[in-house]
Ligand binder design. Sequence first.
Ligand code: TLP
Length: 354
Amino acid sequence: MHDIVDLRSDTLTLPTPAMREAMAGAEVGDDVWEEDPTVKRLESMAAGRLGKDAGLLVTSGTQGNLVSVVAQTRAGQEIVLDADCHIFNYEVGGAAVVGNVQTRPIKTTRGFLTPAQVREAIRPANIHLAVTGLVCIENTHNRHGGTCCTPEEIAAVAEVARAAGVPVHLDGARLFNAAVALGRPASDFTRHVDSVTFCLSKGLGAPIGSLVCGSADLVARARRVRKMLGGGMRQAGVIAAAGIVALETMVDRLAEDHRNARMLADAVAKMPGLSVDLASVQTNIVIFRVERPGDPPGSEEATRALVAGCAARKVRVHSIGPTAIRCVTHKDVDADDIACAIEALGEITAGWKA
Ligand code: TLP
């Protein structure tokens, strides 16, 4: 039970005492010189978990995605992605600004491109057309409520891309949530992709850092791009040490976050004026719609009232659209906190009955 129940994001998790201890005692060196033993240990541990040759510690998921895009494309190419994905919506247009690629967003139903959509989106050889340089997928899918796609779905998309000679990048910011939810090893999801980013600083609870994993050649190119972006960190073992604790001790407990998200979603589904697609609640994200009876359709007012009403009750939630709220469960929110959040939402919506 915590004083404040912060459901705005799993990025808000605080490092555990074990992480702080590991950070304090970390053996370090200059990582631009590739002389930091703790960074090297984390990178090879991550690569091992994902069945890849090599890993690269980057500052954030955003940097990991950008490094992956730039390392695998040339200026003027096109990258194919789902229209609701993080790279297209929340990465400040970095692929366009830094990568000089144009994005080809495709509308999907669950956040995952189908093989047929990828086949159709890959440009044929034609003097008028940009060359397709990369296909990007996201698992779990943030804006679709933490939904998972299966390793088999990824394999099917990758097969189409590979047949056209186009590499595939997986934004696996929350990849371990998918692995835990589906009960599959993380490497099953990454086997067929050329590059993958995953985050240490979300549900895994580390304070800083993400990893890019792939072939030795991809990671060598990514390392140069990371340096260009200012991401060549020096005694980064201080960060990596917390990441090692995260990978070793924080993966299996994600199941608890998933149970808490389910508890919250089940309760929200019964509240007047709120609706949630329960089938989409597979991991630690709950997105619900707010439609207060009597309000004009699309009105933002009830959403604002709900965010403010929760805050007044020490529960922090985040709106991701005029009528949509996102709650994310994580290690710093326990079942009692979820009961608190349910009580707050229940009190606010109790007066909403038409
Ligand atoms: N997502 C953040 C915000 O940027 C929206 C959040 O609170 O969920 N890929 C995915 C799928 C993500 O959800 C995020 C972060 C990133 C990449 C970027 O990671 P960071 O924040 O480390 O740059």
